[in-house]
Design a protein around this ligand. Structure first.
Ligand code: URC
Length: 385
């Protein structure tokens, strides 16, 4: 059995590693010459970590992950702690730790595991065609690839998604802009072993530790789409949006490097409950695009990869049957994750000011129990729970 995998990002490479482990031949094609992730870092929650463990990457991921032992919310203006608690009960409940990691390092880890030289870069797919007993993919440079099945892991702007669904999906602007990057850990900004988030005005500033003594940081501001802002205006923009916020936030804005900070208008896609057509399966962002608000985009792609590999390995009624089972196992799960993230996104970013202020009040009485119950629910919905 041979699988053609379109996309060499987190989803495509996870799938390639997972299938290879099941003895399935794989070919990976990536559109760009060199992958430059739009996000500086990503949090891999225990459901994602378990998928990486399954792929034989446990030690690799622990080496890249930061020590996120505590979680805290602070008021953005006064820096007063609203809630702070240990994540240890969550780890005990679900059987694994969360690991925030730098995106480029995660990408590199997956590339090394699969085999860097085995990925064909600069191969942008133009169209695909299903044949009698296989699938054909054509690329801009005229190259043609054939396999028994095709995995479309070509991201949120997937071109294969249209072929699978038979219609064009629209990305939905989630209503906020996210700036993200990496800085050296500075304990006058936040503790080194804590996920710290400053909240006020429907905005937030958040820091998570990653390996190498660095913080992954992100700023969120509810804004209209299409503003004329870029790297050149970045520090001034943040200073303006966070004017009057506490000293740690000011220090972070002063410290960050605008040249390596990303500015992203956050989108998702309405869940569409179809991941498969014949011998073609959508995987990762191609099949479900989420806002980052529960940190599950990358994890969901890893889950897809593991479930797909197991379906292909353990069913004997043929590829189409195995892909149908993959779709059945994943549809509800990925829809839940997208909608859960959207709900959190709206509360966090002041879609309804009253709900956002009620949440700020709720944080003052939060012992960790409710937040960890929510995360546990998300994590335990995964395939390896
Ligand atoms: N926003 C992010 C979040 N990343 O940009 C991230 C979030 N990781 O709300 N949550 C998480 O775990």
């Amino acid at each position: 059995m041979k699988a053609v995998i379109i996309g060499g990002g987190i989803g495509g490479l996870s799938a390639a590693i997972a299938l290879k482990r099941c003895g399935i031949e794989t070919e990976v094609y990536e559109a760009v010459k060199e992958i430059k992730p739009v996000g500086a870092a990503i949090s891999i929650w225990p459901n994602g970590v378990k998928c990486l463990n399954y792929l034989g990457l446990h030690e690799n991921i622990t080496a890249l992950g930061g020590n996120m032992a505590y979680l805290a919310y602070n008021d953005g203006h006064s820096a007063t702690t609203l809630t702070r608690f240990s994540l240890s009960p969550l780890v005990q409940a679900v059987g694994e730790r969360p690991y925030p990691v730098a995106r480029a390092e995660l990408q590199n880890m997956l590339l090394e595991q699969y085999g860097k030289d085995a990925v064909q870069f600069g191969k942008r797919v133009t169209h695909i065609e299903e044949q009698q007993d296989g699938v054909c993919a054509w690329f801009e440079d005229g190259h043609k690839a054939t396999g028994d099945l095709l995995i479309a892991a070509d991201g949120t702007h997937s071109v294969i998604r249209n072929w699978v669904l038979g219609y064009q999906t629209e990305r939905r602007y989630a209503g906020y802009v996210n700036w993200n990057g990496l800085v050296d850990i500075d304990e006058t900004i936040a503790p080194a072993d804590q996920w710290t988030t400053f909240v006020a005005e429907g905005k937030r500033v958040s820091l998570m530790p990653v390996a190498g003594n660095r913080f992954y940081f992100f700023f969120d501001v509810p804004l209209p789409k299409g503003l004329d802002e870029d790297r050149d205006t970045l520090r001034g923009d943040l200073k303006r949006y966070f004017s009057g916020w506490c000293p740690p936030v000011q220090k972070l804005i002063d410290t960050l490097d605008p040249q390596t900070t990303n500015r992203i208008e956050i989108h998702d896609i309405e869940p569409f409950m179809q991941l498969v057509r014949g011998r073609v399966a959508l995987l990762g962002d191609a099949g479900h695009s989420t806002t980052p608000d529960i940190g599950q985009g990358g994890c969901a792609a890893m889950e897809d990869a593991v479930v797909l590999a197991i379906a292909l390995q353990t069913n004997s009624l043929g590829i189409e049957d195995a892909l149908q089972r993959y779709q059945e196992k994943r549809n509800e799960r990925v829809k839940d994750l997208v909608l859960k993230a959207r709900k959190r996104c709206d509360v966090t970013h002041g879609k309804d000011q009253q709900a956002t202020h009620a949440w700020y009040d709720e944080l003052k009485t939060e012992t960790g129990e409710r937040i960890m119950a929510g995360i546990e629910d998300t994590v335990m919905g995964g395939p390896l729970a």
